[in-house]
Design a protein around this ligand. Structure first.
Ligand code: IYR
Length: 228
């Protein structure tokens, strides 16, 4: 295999018994099974080290050519959260009132969502995930050069999966929020032009009276085809 600038080292891999593999599978499934998207948050503070731990885990995700084409902005400042809520609600109001086609509104109806986004101010943290469609490398002469990134959507999606699972595992609630369009996040958070908003994740404890729609997940038989 062609080798680049990094030396190859032995893989660290813990081989565990089949019994332990099954035990872990069952435990992980039992832990993740009750995970729900939450839209009513408590304002109870969350220590920031938990958020940083979850983001370190997200940063372990595989990515195209190991380019790690993501950047996470953690917003806890109440004034910035207020600005984000105001801008998101303005966009969402237009989207719900005139941009969504009927078919989309019907698909959303079981979720009970609308343009009000109070959670953007109530949740103690907003993690704003940015994708980097290209990198910026500094040339010896000081100028900036664009570096193409590969499989950006896939890579950032996987990192978000790690992040959501980690936050749930550590006892926190999350919402995968996609205000549309999201350009206001680049402006409010003053991001460089190679970073584009990808997902906005409010994080915190759920409100004591939080409710979720009783929606089913597809059974395995419906989502799996074996070819053996
Ligand atoms: N982005 C809007 C609408 C929305 C769209 C889908 I697809 C959802 O699964 C949920 C909501 C909003 O956040 O309300």
């Amino acid at each position: 295999m062609a080798k680049g600038i990094y030396p190859f080292i032995p893989l660290q891999f813990e081989r565990i018994s089949l019994e332990e593999q099954r035990r872990r599978a069952a435990e992980f499934e039992a832990r993740l099974e009750p995970r729900r998207t939450v839209r009513q948050f408590s304002s109870e503070p969350v220590p920031v080290d938990l958020i940083e731990a979850a983001l370190r885990i997200a940063g372990r995700a595989p990515s195209g050519a190991n380019q790690q084409p993501w950047h996470f902005v953690v917003v806890s400042n109440p004034e910035v959260k207020r600005q984000i809520r105001e801008a998101a609600e303005a966009e969402e109001r237009r989207t719900y009132e005139s941009r969504f086609p009927d078919e989309w509104l019907q698909a959303l109806a079981p979720l009970g969502t609308d343009w009000h986004k109070e959670f953007l101010e109530v949740a103690p943290y907003l993690i704003v995930v940015f994708r980097e469609d290209y990198g910026l490398a500094r040339e010896p002469d000081g100028s900036e050069r664009k570096v193409k990134h590969y499989y950006v959507q896939e890579s950032v999606g996987i990192a978000c999966g790690f992040l959501l699972a980690a936050l749930h595992w550590m006892g926190l609630a999350t919402l995968t929020h996609t205000p549309s369009p999201m350009g206001f996040l680049s402006r409010i958070l003053d991001r460089p032009p190679n970073q584009k908003p990808y997902l906005l994740i409010p994080v915190g404890y759920p409100a004591p009276d939080a409710e979720v729609p009783d929606i089913p997940k597809k059974p395995l038989a419906e989502i799996l085809t074996h070819v053996s």
